[in-house]
Design a protein around this ligand. Sequence first.
Ligand code: ADP
Ligand code: ZN
Ligand code: ZN
Length: 727
Amino acid sequence: MFLQIAIPKPLYNHFDYLPPPKTDISQLHPGIRLRVPFGPHTEVGVLLAIANSTTVSVDKLKPALKILDSTPVLPENCLNLLQWASRYYHHPIGEVVSTALPSALNKGLPASIQALPGWKLTPEGWALDKLPKNAHRQLAVLSLLQEYPEGLSQSAISQSLSNITPSLRTLEKKGWICPQAIVPKVNENRSVSPPLRLNAAQQKAVNEVCSNLQGFYPCLLDGVTGSGKTEVYLQIIDKVLESGRQALVLIPEINLTPQTLNRFKQRFAVPIAVLHSKLNNNERLHAWLLARDGIAPIVIGTRSAVWTPLARPGVFIVDEEHDQSYKQQDHFRYSARDIAVVRAHRAQVPILLGSATPSLESLHNANNQRYQHFVLPERAGAAVHPTFHIVDMRKQKGSLSKQLIKAIEQRLGTQQQILLFINRRGYAPVLTCYKCGWVAECQHCDARLTYHETSQQLRCHHCGDFRPVDVQCPNCRNPKLYFLGQGTERVEEHLQNQFPEARILRIDSDSTRNKYAMQKMLDRIHQGEVDILVGTQMLAKGHHFPKVTLVGVINIDGGLYGIDFRATERMAQLLLQVAGRAGRADDPGEVLIQTYHPDHPLLIRLIRQGYASFAEAALKERLQAGFPPYSRLALLRAEATESDPAMAFLNQAKKQAETLNSDGGVQLWGPVAAPMEKRGGWYRAQLLLQTEQREVLHRLLSQWLPMLSAGTNKMRWSLDVDPMDLF
Ligand code: ADP
Ligand code: ZN
Ligand code: ZN
């Protein structure tokens, strides 16, 4: 009897072991974990199958050390899914399995629900009638805990109220709350609010999905920002819960705000398992088990939550399905959206892909009737669509056009807010010498250094390296150097000069580095303490700014002529996401887009005719170029500490692929150096595989990858199936 065990090592096959001494065969089920010897150490692996033969010579096999579970941690359907994903992405099964497991289980900790640290009201806390004035956060905690007489876990409290730890400490000092270990319960007696009355478009989507709950029913919910997609999800989930089944909801990393979660909590008095990257290991295990064992009817999470086992799956929902954060960009490069579709198909339940700006892939599936297509054309409630204007920058000086300055002036002092979007942080992206043409560059990357005013440093946005600003040109000793281009800091400075009275707030990953900074800034915005917000795409997604009535896009041009074939699609999505922040409540919004290419056909089409029309034209371009969704891609990337080995490896790999591809079913492009060849000290190159027949590609990959030589610490390679970025 041989145990086939998945171990998280970058090798393609499972590993064979003998059962631990004196094992009773009835203890061995696929899906249990075992501790096994591995080199000089031990590893935790998951039993995939029990075989009666092995390809390893028997005297080399070692017995496993210990069985860690009496029942499988992963149900059979999940194991099968993981094995399918390992084959589809051609990624080692051990790493696939460890991606799917919470790290506590990868470490071998027991797979049982542990009590979580939490808080409850003390008798003094219950007896309070006078509450501290102006202590909003403490008040919020007290009233939340009143709803939970037996206490609430710390993680649940911070899900509802962010930046709450200091208030908890204060309340404990005052003796109004005390620590309490929380064991999760199945029923939560919370008060909930009733569903909204749906408009016709929402009702149609809800009805159709709800009458197809018993089988695979993939749909694209194509609704502009604020059109009530979330309400559609909530009402479908309601029906799914009635039938005793579970809902898995995926959201982009950036969107996981307490607001999102609160909308679910306000509607459903059931445990909600939440899985995202900020949980500690114990919290993550806890949420995962609640989902797996069917205790939590609703599971909400970011990318890796797509792997969470569900006892009784009833519906899958992927919100903002176009979002790039669903694709993992390193190691196991899976797409959570695509996995969700596969899961829904295997479980024979509906899946909803929701977006205001659907990916061209999903639109293509809808056009082909592979997906149902539900369109929510109008904003729900009173809000109307913003109006768009293109501003020609060719005859203007500086970064702020006359039109934008005028539009800002009109709003200052009116309680309305202004959001300016610029996709680059720092002060200026280029430091140069006009005498000799020298430009400050990173020594580890083929990239320019960005000047940051706040830290007075030159920083590389690709590898994180930084250094002081040169006092003179290192090339010709010219003491006068110039900063070119715009970053958030410089736009902030221009604005401050132009509008000395305005209250300006910059939001980018520099200004929000501190753990609670973002929440504090959002609070200030919502309390009307800010007139102008300047920010990167951190501001574009997920947030609701009801007072914003003007959105200015400082420069859209990077997206119009990007090197990647998805550049215009991303530009359009980002533009509409940013625009979607404007005029969500009663005041109509206005969007000004500054560009040096005011005649760009796709941009004009997007502005004048909307996303659907843009997408139709963009799909035609894809068809002509033979790019996805009209073909399938895989990208073999290699990188090395010197420039030659990566190319040599790919050239060799290409020769090997050609021998397997004699009928030419797969086109091989390259190898070429990556657009940014050197990055973080690594020289990068890539070989692109393109085909119209997926099976042909996968057959080639299965035969080809085992032929490739293993990486070394000076040269490594990886395969990306369905890549999002071609660099
Ligand atoms: P989306 O998810 O498409 O951005 P939301 O579901 O967040 O849209 O809805 C936007 C706003 O409209 C929310 O404040 C929501 O409460 C409200 N809303 C949604 N559906 C309706 C409806 N049928 N009637 C009234 N208001 C609605
Ligand atoms: Zn010079
Ligand atoms: Zn660098």
